[in-house]
Write a protein that binds this ligand. Structure first.
Ligand code: GLN
Length: 472
């Protein structure tokens, strides 16, 4: 079995003939079968992966292979790949096949990456534990009694369990960073607009962003170089130059880091997570960086603002799943109205229905001003305060999550408790800034702890630079 450590080493090994793409694909397929009980993959794209491997092995021979040659990648099941099924882990998309590829997929394939399959996730990316998938729970390989986090749970497990080299996930409020933190991997959400969302099944369009889950920060940097950049199919994608992120990782700069007092003092914060984060701050100071406390008085407004606005956007985005255009149609429908009603009632899971109803409510005529419009105003305030901090500091540091991975069922009965899992991660999506979760030691329960760094708009170079130092 080839033991993957990072993309650069893999490339040296491919070049030296120590391994071939064909072997890597065989091994990934075997690993998926062997670790089937983890339920990380919903489908293996065996034929197309083998085909890519064959083509890339030829290119390697002739020295024409791309930047991601032989990198085995898992796609979260909400990213479209032409001619392949995609379901957002929902029954409502049963049997649906993508008619086109997401821009990120086109870009990965253009650099000879090998897409091995689609990974399980919370239905329509709504959740923090992967318990909302229509296709069953994903187990955390570090402790199988625990959740892997969500919504990109399968994506994180695929990397943590050594099944694939890299995964792509999507992050609306923490769905890349929280599962990365729960599985000891690196989870990176770029600036809103850095990566095209074309071909990503939308949850909340003004928050969603695609990003990588990797073993190392260096790999995250290489992936961003490939998937980032302007796309004429996504008007919210930015024309800001895509830098050579992987080259800037070696720079040795001293930074000004702010940590949010309210986060470190938060009531629900696990004491061992707190100690791990404080220790990391001491280490950073020892390295010559300055670390200072700042106050962020809006911590308690983050989660409510996120849930008012994202459910509003979701209720609109998910209206297209009507039993006619895509996937599932109820067999019990008798007319147009009952086709809509029954297909949606039977096709969507409980959490998705809860959010569609909540979102429809906050947008409804009598409540729009009290909820949606107010939510937008609070978003602006959070955004301004966050940017004000980032004017004075290079980074904002927080724990990635209040605790480590929890046991199945622990938060299921209480949605508010589950929503509070996102308290530290949603700020970056509300403000649109880049953020990364990197491993930062282990808890005495044996599970990994994650540290989060946030930076200003399009400062992914700086962010990856410091993150790579921490994740060593
Ligand atoms: N856990 C958050 C939620 O349930 C975040 C989801 C995400 O980022 N897609 O909405």
């Amino acid at each position: 079995m080839y033991s993957f450590s990072n993309i650069t080493t893999l490339h040296a090994d491919l070049k030296a003939g120590k391994v071939t793409c064909a072997t890597l694909v065989e091994q990934a397929i075997a690993a998926i079968a062997e670790k089937k009980h983890l339920n990380a993959f919903l489908e293996v794209f065996e034929a197309s992966a083998k085909e890519s491997a064959k083509r890339t092995d030829e290119k390697i021979k002739y020295g024409t292979a791309g930047k991601l040659a032989g990198v085995i990648i898992g796609l979260k099941d909400n990213i479209c790949y032409k001619g392949h099924k995609v379901s957002a882990s929902s029954k409502i998309l049963e049997g649906f096949e993508s008619l086109y590829s997401a821009t990120v997929v086109e870009r990965l394939l253009a650099e000879d990456a090998i897409i091995i399959g689609r990974t399980n996730c919370d239905e329509f990316a709504m959740g923090s534990s992967n318990e909302n998938s229509a296709f069953g729970n994903v187990l955390n390989p570090i402790n199988e009694k625990c959740v892997p986090g969500g919504s990109s749970g399968g994506a994180a497990v695929a990397v943590a369990a050594g099944i694939c080299h890299v995964s792509l996930g999507s992050d609306t409020g923490g769905s890349i960073r929280q599962p990365a933190s729960f599985t000891g991997t690196v989870g990176f959400k770029p600036t809103y607009g850095r990566v095209s969302r074309y071909g990503l099944i939308a949850y909340a369009s003004s928050f969603d962003q695609i990003g990588p889950i990797t073993k190392t920060v260096d790999d995250a940097a290489i992936i961003l170089e490939v998937i980032g950049g302007l796309d004429k199919n996504d008007n919210t994608s930015s024309s800001q130059k895509v830098e050579e992120y992987s080259k800037t990782l070696l720079q040795d700069k001293k930074y000004k880091i702010a940590y949010l007092k309210e986060c470190v003092e938060a009531e629900g914060l696990d004491p061992e997570v707190k100690v791990a984060v404080l220790k990391q701050m001491e280490w950073l100071k020892g390295q010559g960086h300055s670390v200072e406390a700042v106050s962020f008085p809006y911590l308690e407004y983050l989660v409510p603002t996120y849930y008012v606005l994202t459910t509003a956007e979701a209720s609109s985005n998910l209206s297209r799943f009507d039993g006619i255009h895509y996937g599932y149609r109820s067999k019990n429908a008798t007319d147009l109205e009952s086709t809509y009603k029954k297909s949606r009632s039977e096709g969507f899971g409980k959490e998705v229905k809860r959010r569609i109803m909540l979102g429809t409510f906050v947008l409804s005529a009598g409540y729009y001003d009290a909820y949606y419009s107010k939510g937008q105003k609070v978003r602006r305030i959070i955004h301004e305060k966050t940017n004000a901090i980032l004017k004075d500091f290079d980074f904002i540091l927080t724990p990635s999550t209040p605790g480590t991975a929890f046991e199945f069922g622990k938060n299921s009965a209480d949605p508010i408790k589950m929503y509070l899992e996102d308290i530290f991660t949603v700020q970056a999506n509300i403000a649109g800034i880049p953020a990364i979760s990197v491993p930062c030691g282990n808890h005495s329960n044996g599970l990994p702890i994650g540290l989060q760094l946030m930076a200003g708009y399009f400062e992914e170079s700086k962010l990856l630079n410091l993150a790579s130092k921490i994740a060593k």
